[in-house]
Ligand binder design. Structure first.
Ligand code: PRP
Length: 214
């Protein structure tokens, strides 16, 4: 099959977008961001960048709308699609934590020890697959409540005892009088590829990966 002249790369909007753009800029690839425009075509290199919601990057790559995508490992794991993992970037990694009110810490700790005597703790999170897997492996019964943002509100409003969420600077937790109860994972930013599109365009994709690692 003839190789395409253009590859499409999904980039998450928000805080990672800027870091990715800076990282690529020093490697000779420019992503021009016009305030509301959702794509950018780099004609010289033959790259089309799509700016999409973070959690949608794996969807665009899985359905072949994008050949490649930059995505947090947390988001990739939640999607449960099959990808090639082409590169791991040296920035954007963060912690995944159980967080809640400090006063509720014993509830979390006892639940592991005396789980036969108490009801499951309720945990609100965007990362239901990760959270389910984490607690299932440890034999700790939990009730998971799926939210898609502003998860910190859940313990405040009594929807859940704890949250499982990303903690970067910790300021969202602090400003809401919440604390890290336990760090349960780490995320990193990776470049994923659609496996069949990679087979069709591997030369151009490998060239992009070398630029990225240069
Ligand atoms: C993430 C995360 C926390 C916050 C943590 O949310 O879900 O809310 O960042 O960062 P901090 O420790 O530096 O305060 P994000 O800003 O990505 O928005 P979202 O909740 O809408 O996904």
């Amino acid at each position: 099959m003839e190789e395409k002249k253009i590859i499409t790369i999904a980039v998450p909007k928000g805080r990672l977008q800027e870091q990715i753009a800076e990282y690529l800029a020093v490697r000779g690839v420019t992503i021009k961001e016009e305030s509301r425009k959702l794509d950018y075509y780099d004609e010289k290199n033959g790259y089309r960048f799509l700016f999409v919601k973070n959690s949608d990057v794996p969807v665009y790559v899985n359905y072949g709308v994008a050949d490649l995508g930059f995505s947090g490992s947390d988001v990739v794991y939640e999607g449960d699609f099959e990808f090639l993992h082409l590169a791991r970037l040296p920035f954007g990694g963060t912690k995944i934590c159980v967080a809640g009110y400090e006063k509720d810490r014993p509830l979390f700790e006892q639940n592991g020890l005396e789980r036969n005597f108490i009801k499951p703790i309720k945990i609100a999170t965007k990362f239901t697959r990760f959270t389910n897997h984490y607690f299932e492996e440890r034999g700790i019964p939990v009730q998971i409540i799926k939210l898609t943002g502003s998860v910190e509100l859940a313990p405040i409003l009594g929807l859940a005892h704890f949250i499982v969420d990303l903690v970067e600077t910790g300021s969202t937790l602090r400003e809401n009088n919440l604390a890290v109860i336990e760090e349960i994972g780490r995320t990193h930013v990776k470049l994923i590829a659609n496996p069949s599109l990679y087979r069709q365009n591997y030369r151009k994709i490998d060239d992009f990966v070398s630029k990225l690692q240069g």
